[in-house]
Every structure is written in structure tokens, then in C-alpha cells.
Design a protein around this ligand. Structure first.
Ligand code: ZN
Length: 723
């Protein structure tokens, strides 16, 4: 892909700077995609930059960093109140490829490593007619199925019953979402007994890996409904699916028809002898687990190439988003021989279809003010039809992105849809420049309030806390689902209430008078009249009192998450509310107190401290308290180090315990205040060793780390009031 790479110095210091830059950029892109559901980089560009980083890191082993984006599987675990579970078998991601040639090269490498020819399975050569005597050596057979764009999940069945569902998370551990997953009708709660003897009975243990996804029609239905209720729309089916599964109420999950397709396996016990993935898929079908209707076993790499080409044309007509095809070596013994790299299997590759691209003209750039005062550039383009809809606008993310892509007003630009829905400006068509193009200048004052603009890294902020644009966006965030969750106060209604001057600060939401709202909505300005015509105005009058009443009691964590304090989201809010039990305690906190918190770095601590000292903070809390909003923490109190045998210590669990499975013991230890680590080191406080403990026990003995048996664990848990 043609693009400018401003920093391609070949000197060692140039490489070091580039490595640092790429790690930072990719980490940011990853967070934006996985945690914030606000991608700013196409998958293709991400993978290209990741490949560049990987090759630079290969050349500079001295710059190794375990936190580099090349050193992990996928995104961070979803934030929320779900318990986390460690995967017994890690959920690895599959390497991407964008061309059939690359796919063929991958196949050749596999064939070479297996000592087989790549002649192409059983169908190779006319020699086959002569009883195989002169046949080309057969290459390994393949299996291909669509790469559905959803949420990866591991389903654990014990004696045929669904006992656990865990999201992929970071590949090592994910969120325990069993209750929600049970609400998805596509997922069987119990496995079906195989009909034929060859498959044996119900397996003792089977972990099915697959993808939960939202069918396109369901996505459209939900968005239409959200629009009617004045709620924020989902950007695409994948976000909608993730948002649904993160919902704490399984009833909501059940009301949205999510679907599921299986594509792999984790732990298994008591399975019939299965020689290949194709047999495993047939077995799943027999057990009543949904598998893809498209794809299957392929005898040769030529067949795989044909399947990929055929499928490209069918993608658009499917009722679910597919971004590629996963091609894998079919036989398990061959998979085993090929093995794994640090982050992915060598025996599989994901062929990704390129996003559809179109050329248009960049007409103008406006700067918009968001909830944190962030000022972001939004492009207006000559309308162009891309991948199923007309595109006119796209975010340009920030001034550095604009400079990195060297975009100018009047440029011919290439746009594509990332994740099928969100349009992105990929690059300028430099060859078509006439010299009349104008550079894009960052604003020197806030475009809404004319307030002072501050620059922090690539981002621009309006520093005026009273900026009306800032407040409006902060308010939309504050009343949102994951914050105060004031149902029904959608974007339109918030805009109307702010425009009418009925809401000037957060606390006003709780003291709105339904009659005043009704009057304002009925006779107010044009925007309000419009809303009234559409219906949600009537609804607003009804929801104001009941919804705000409920929201009064959500507690400090939700309030903090909703205030739009820079660097404070749901998890930082939780950390704060665990340590500081009320708004008053928090107001008295010093920067040192904040720095001492788990997961608080210097940047977050400084930002929170500065906000706490601002008049905004004292004013907000006083006004909310006056409106009757509960500003006390509802979080469980942290266990103080030394309070029991676990708090503040690091434990490693190994071997099989009689009374607990691995997930349960991890949860208990964490609740008791311990950290649970995966490997034994000098920092390990104690190792809990069950039956058949192996190398970790040996390592603990070698290092002289304290060793507990299960009886000791039970005894100490009982003392801590946990067993
Ligand atoms: Zn402003």
C-alpha cells in the first residue's frame, strides 16, 4: 500500500525511534479498536505497520519489550464487572495475509516442513490414473471456512452441559460471560448425544471455540429501534455484538438475536479419535453445535485459492459480516508437527479480503469539539458510494494523522470502509495534485467558544471548562448506558434540553421538572418542535423523573466514570472508588495518594489531581449532592496487606485440585487480595500444588518458595472467610 513513512532512517538510533513510534501508534490503534470501539486505522494498515515493527525488532533484539504490540495476541480484556477466567488452552489469533500468493507461500512452507510435496493433495497429476505409481507427492490437505467478524468465545462443556463461556480477552484470560451466553439461542446448553457409534458418547470435557456475531438484519432492526428511542446508534454489527455481550442483563442479550458459529477447540477429554479438523467439524455437527455452512475440506492449495475467489463475490449477500477466510492444514498430526510461534499457529492463516476503496475529493475539514474538550478534524468529501452506502464524511482523527498522510483540501483521496461500516481516508492521490490544494491548519481557538486551545501529543483540546460544546458532549456521555444510564435521554433530547437552557450542569438532569420539559418541548424553538413531532419529546417528559430517580442511586463509580475527567474511564473510576469511599474523601486526595493506586501511572494521577483541585470538581460534587445523587462508593473495600494469608501476596497454582477448578481458585485468591501469576519466580509468595504438579512445583522447590497443599489452601481461605 502506498503511503508516506516519514521516519525510515537506517541508522540504529533511527530504528530505535521508529520502533518506539510504531509501538506507541499501534498500541493506541489497538486500544481504539478493541476497548473504545473507535478505530482510526484500517486493519490492513495496522498489519502492515505491525509487520514493519516485527522486522525492526528482529533486527534489534536488544530493544525487546514484553509490552510491544508484537508480543501479544489481541486486545485488552473487556472492561466491566465480569469475573475473569484463565483459558486452559490459550486462544491464539491467526496470522493475516492479503494475497493468494502469500497464502500459497505459506502452504509451501507447511509442505516443506512436513516433508511433503506441494503438488496438491490427492488430486495431483495425471499419474493418479496409473494407480498412483507416478503421482506427484501429495501435499497436505486443507480446511477453509469464513472468518466471521464477531466476538471470539470459548464454550466449556462438561458431561455435555455448558458450564462456562469465556471471551477471548487477551488470549490468556477473558471475561466469564456464561449467563449472557446461555441467553444466545444459537448456542446449545447441552450437547446432543451422537447418533452413530463411531463418535462414542457425550465427551467428558469439550471446549468449543467460535465466534458470536450479530446478523446484519438484526443489527439493522436494533439500530432502527434505538433511533426511535433517541439512543446512540451502534457503529457496526461487531460493536453491537460486543455491546450486547457486555450488557449486564441477560434479558437484553436474549432480546437481541445473536448467533454463533464454531471454528476450533480448546481442552478435550473423552473425545473419539479425530484425525483432522474436518472430522472435528463433523463431530461438532453431530453434537448439535453450529458450524459454518460455507467451506470445508480442500484437497489442494489451488482449490483453496478458487474457494477464496468464489467466496469474495458471495460475501455481500450474506447476513453476517465476513472479513476473510481461515485456511488451515486439515490433519491434526500435521498441525502438531508444524506447531506454534509465540502468538499464532503455524498451521493456519487468515486470508483477509481488502476493504473496498473509492476515489473522491476532500472538500473541507471542520474541527469538532468532543466531551473531553478534544478538538477533532472531520472531513467532508464529494459523496461517493463505497461498500453499500454513500460516504460524505470521515474523521481524520488528529492533526498528526493529517500530517502523516499529508492530506490537503482539494486533494483527490482514497476512502475505504474499515470494519465494513466506518469510512476512512486512506491517502491522497498525490499524482493528481494541481498545486491549488491547501494545507489543513489546526485551529488556534476553539471553534465553538473561541477558548484557548492546548496541544497534548497529537491531540488538541479546548481548555475552557464552560465551553458549551464540551458540556453538551460530556452530558451525553454522563447519561450514557455505562455511566449514569439515564434511559431515554438520547442525543437529540440532550441537544434539545441544552439548547433550551434547561440543563446547564450535570446536576440539572436530576432536578428537571417534567412540566417545564413538556412546555419547553412543546413550544420551544424549531429543533424542539421537530423532536416533538417525531415522538421522543413525549417520551422525555415521562422518563425524566423515573430514570433520573433510578440514576441517583448508582454510586460514586458510575458518577466518576461519567464526568469525563481526562484519562478516567470505567476501570480507573472503579479503582478510585475502591480506595476513596466518598466524593469528599476523593477531594482530599493528593497526587501522591493517587500515584500509590494500582494501575495509576503518572499521567493519570496528575490529570485526576489537577481536576480535583479545579473549581469544576468542587462545583460538580456539591451540585450533585444537592440534587440528591449518591456520592458514596459501592465498591467492596480493598483487602489490606496482612489482613489474611493472601492479601498483597503473589500465588501460583499448579496441578489438579480436588475441590476447585482453576478458574474458581483464581477468583477466590483474587477476592482474598492476592495476585495470581502464571509462572514461578523469586517474587512468588507461595505455590499451591495439587495432584500431578509438575515443573512449577520443581521450580518452587529449587527457589525455596513456600509450598501449600490443598488442605492448607482450604484452611487459610476459611480463616479469610472465603471457604
Ligand atoms: Zn470550547
Amino acid at each position: 500500500m502506498a503511503k508516506t513513512t516519514p521516519n525510515t532512517s537506517t541508522t540504529a538510533t533511527g530504528d530505535a525511534a521508529r520502533i518506539h513510534e510504531l509501538r506507541e501508534l499501534l498500541t493506541r490503534a489497538n486500544t481504539a479498536y478493541y476497548a473504545d470501539a473507535a478505530p482510526f486505522m484500517s486493519d490492513q494498515e495496522f498489519d502492515a505497520l505491525l509487520a514493519e515493527l516485527a522486522s525492526l525488532e528482529d533486527a534489534h533484539p536488544e530493544l525487546f519489550d514484553a509490552n510491544s504490540p508484537t508480543q501479544r495476541v489481541g486486545g485488552a480484556a473487556l472492561e466491566g464487572e465480569f469475573a475473569t477466567r484463565r483459558h486452559r488452552v490459550p486462544m491464539l489469533s491467526v496470522d493475516n495475509t492479503y494475497s493468494v500468493e502469500e497464502m500459497r507461500a505459506w502452504y509451501q512452507r507447511c509442505a516443506d516442513a512436513l516433508g511433503a510435496g506441494a503438488g496438491g493433495g490427492t488430486g495431483g497429476g495425471t499419474g493418479g490414473d496409473l494407480g498412483g505409481l507416478f503421482a506427484l507427492p501429495a501435499g497436505p490437505a486443507l480446511f477453509a471456512d469464513p472468518k466471521v467478524d464477531g466476538l471470539a468465545i470459548s464454550l466449556r462443556y462438561e458431561d455435555g452441559a455448558l458450564v462456562e463461556a469465556v471471551t477471548r480477552g487477551d488470549g490468556e484470560k477473558g471475561d466469564l460471560v456464561t449467563a449472557n451466553v446461555r441467553a444466545i439461542r444459537a448456542i446449545p446448553l447441552a450437547l446432543r448425544a451422537p447418533k452413530t457409534a463411531q463418535w462414542g458418547g457425550i465427551p467428558r470435557v469439550l471446549e468449543v471455540r467460535g465466534e458470536i456475531f450479530m446478523p446484519v438484519r438484526e443489527f439493522e432492526r436494533i439500530n432502527a429501534e434505538r433511533e426511535k428511542h433517541g439512543e446512540q446508534l451502534f457503529a457496526n454489527a461487531r460493536n453491537s455484538c460486543v455491546g450486547t455481550l457486555k450488557n449486564k442483563d441477560p434479558k437484553v442479550v436474549a432480546s437481541r438475536r445473536l448467533s454463533f458459529v464454531a471454528h476450533g477447540r480448546g481442552e478435550g477429554e473423552g473425545l473419539p479419535a479425530l484425525a483432522a479438523h474436518s472430522e472435528f467439524v463433523a463431530y461438532l455437527k453431530e453434537l448439535g453445535v453450529p458450524v459454518s455452512a460455507i467451506g470445508g475440506r480442500l484437497a489442494s492449495v489451488d482449490e483453496a485459492a478458487r474457494t477464496i475467489e468464489d467466496f469474495a463475490g458471495k460475501r455481500e449477500s450474506l447476513d453476517f459480516a465476513v472479513d476473510g477466510m481461515v485456511v488451515r492444514i486439515d490433519r491434526f498430526d500435521e498441525q502438531e508437527k508444524l506447531g506454534f510461534t509465540a502468538k499464532s499457529p503455524r498451521w493456519a492463516v487468515a486470508f483477509k479480503y481488502p476493504a473496498e476503496q473509492k476515489e473522491t475529493v476532500l472538500e473541507k475539514v471542520e474541527w469538532q469539539v468532543g466531551k473531553g474538550g478534544t478538538i477533532t478534524p472531520r472531513a467532508t468529501m464529494r459523496p461517493v458510494f463505497v461498500a453499500g452506502s454513500t460516504v460524505k464524511h470521515a474523521t481524520l482523527h488528529n492533526i498528526e494523522e493529517i500530517q502523516r498522510r499529508d492530506l490537503r483540501i482539494g486533494d483527490h483521496v482514497i476512502v475505504e470502509k474499515a470494519g465494513e461500516i466506518i469510512p476512512q481516508v486512506v491517502r491522497a492521490v498525490v499524482e493528481k495534485r494541481t498545486g491549488d490544494e491547501k494545507p489543513i491548519e489546526p485551529p488556534t481557538a476553539c471553534p465553538v467558544c473561541q477558548g484557548e486551545v492546548e496541544r497534548e501529543g497529537p491531540k488538541l483540546f479546548c481548555t475552557n471548562p464552560m465551553c458549551s460544546a464540551r458540556f453538551r458532549e460530556r452530558l451525553k456521555w454522563f447519561v450514557g448506558r455505562d455511566q449514569m444510564n439515564i434511559d431515554g435521554l438520547g442525543e437529540e433530547i440532550v441537544d434539545a434540553l441544552v439548547d433550551a437552557g434547561l440543563v446547564k450542569d450535570f446536576a440539572d438532569v436530576f432536578t428537571l421538572d417534567a412540566v417545564a420539559v413538556a412546555r419547553a418541548l412543546a413550544k420551544g424553538d424549531k429543533a424542539l418542535a421537530e423532536i416533538e413531532k417525531k415522538g421522543p419529546g413525549k417520551r422525555a417528559t415521562g422518563i425524566v423523573e423515573s430514570a433520573a430517580d433510578a440514576a441517583r442511586h448508582r454510586g460514586l463509580t458510575r458518577v466518576l466514570a461519567g464526568l469525563g475527567i481526562k484519562h478516567v474511564g470505567a476501570s480507573a473510576a472503579k479503582t478510585l472508588a475502591r480506595r476513596f469511599r466518598s466524593a469528599d474523601e476523593l477531594l482530599a486526595a493528593t497526587e501522591e495518594d493517587l500515584l500509590a493506586l494500582n494501575d495509576f501511572g503518572e499521567v493519570t494521577a496528575k490529570s485526576v489531581a489537577a481536576w480535583l483541585r479545579s473549581t469544576d470538581a468542587t462545583h460538580v460534587f456539591a451540585a450533585l449532592a444537592k440534587a440528591g445523587v449518591d456520592l458514596a462508593s459501592h465498591e467492596p473495600k480493598p483487602v489490606e496487606a496482612g489482613a489474611n494469608a493472601f492479601a498483597g501476596k503473589t500465588f501460583v497454582v499448579t496441578g489438579t485440585l480436588e475441590r476447585f477448578d482453576r478458574g474458581a481458585v483464581t477468583e477466590l485468591l483474587e477476592r482474598a487480595g492476592a495476585k495470581v501469576a502464571g509462572s514461578v519466580s523469586k517474587k512468588t509468595s507461595a505455590v499451591v500444588a495439587g495432584a500431578e504438579a509438575g515443573s512449577k512445583l520443581a521450580k518452587a522447590q529449587e527457589l525455596g518458595v513456600e509450598i501449600w497443599d490443598e488442605a492448607r489452601l482450604v484452611e487459610e481461605l476459611a480463616k479469610a472467610g472465603l471457604a
